[in-house]
Design a protein around this ligand. Structure first.
Ligand code: GTB
Length: 217
């Protein structure tokens, strides 16, 4: 059965792969699972029909037969559990890859989101610069630790996994901040993820929603 995901009808990033449906698209592309996309407006997201799929009235959602899922991390995990390619077979390596999925969403993403929200919503406040410096420092602490852990490896734990997929989508949100560039191995890591054919297909599909052009084949 072909799953259906939801995505922004009009993404604030103009389809540059920052909205969280990108993670789900990328995971589906990595495992070779075709999918459909239902685009939703900001208004429709808050209507009962969408809230029946997503209690918080957000995207992405994932529907497959009787199953309706929300939370991008849970959706990527579901996909990774059911298809080969995103989690190792070895039990210990699999558990470590899952730990990296949680690390991406629970440890690295929160300070990055705090920073982007401050840039988006608090620019006009008198204390903005002072607060931004604090938020930048918090992000730098985590990037420094992540950079040390990655070292000169290609991926977080040997083979590419759903942990890398989530981590790279999280780190991409720092684009334009200049923070990622301070860690050359992390910049190269993100570029390595973005170079994957599955990522490129997912990105082109998300961009096509905004440009109205079908992805180049
Ligand atoms: N924890 C949830 C998950 O991981 O699925 C969070 C889902 C979420 O934040 N969804 C956002 C949403 O639906 C879109 S991704 N927002 C509408 C609302 O809450 O009313 C967040 C996002 C949106 C846009 C950009 N951008 O344009 O740069 C980046 C990230």
């Amino acid at each position: 059965m072909t799953p259906t995901i939801t995505a922004f009808e009009r993404s604030p990033d103009r389809g540059r792969g920052l909205a969280r449906d990108m993670r789900v698209r990328w995971a589906l592309e990595e495992v070779g699972q075709p999918y459909k996309v239902r685009l939703v407006s900001f208004g429709a997201m808050k209507e009962p029909a969408h809230r029946a799929l997503h209690p918080f009235g957000q995207i992405p959602t994932y529907e497959e037969g009787d199953l309706a899922l929300f939370e991008s991390g849970a959706i990527v995990f579901y996909i990774a559990e059911r298809h080969a390619g995103l989690l190792p077979d070895d039990a210990n390596a699999r558990a470590r890859a899952i730990a990296w999925m949680f690390a991406a969403l629970n440890t690295i993403e929160p300070p990055i989101v705090d920073r982007s929200m401050a840039v988006l919503l608090e620019r006009d406040k008198s204390w903005h610069e002072e607060r931004l410096a604090i938020l930048d420092d918090r992000v730098r602490v985590r990037l420094g630790e992540l950079s040390t852990s990655l070292g000169d490896a290609d991926w977080l734990d040997n083979a590419f996994s759903a942990g890398d997929l989530l981590m790279i989508t999280v780190l991409r949100r720092l684009g334009g901040s200049g923070l990622l560039e301070q860690y050359s191995n992390l910049s190269a890591y993100v570029a390595r993820g973005e170079a994957r054919p599955a990522y490129q297909r997912a990105f082109a599909d998300q961009l096509a929603v905004f440009t109205g052009k079908p992805p180049a084949s």
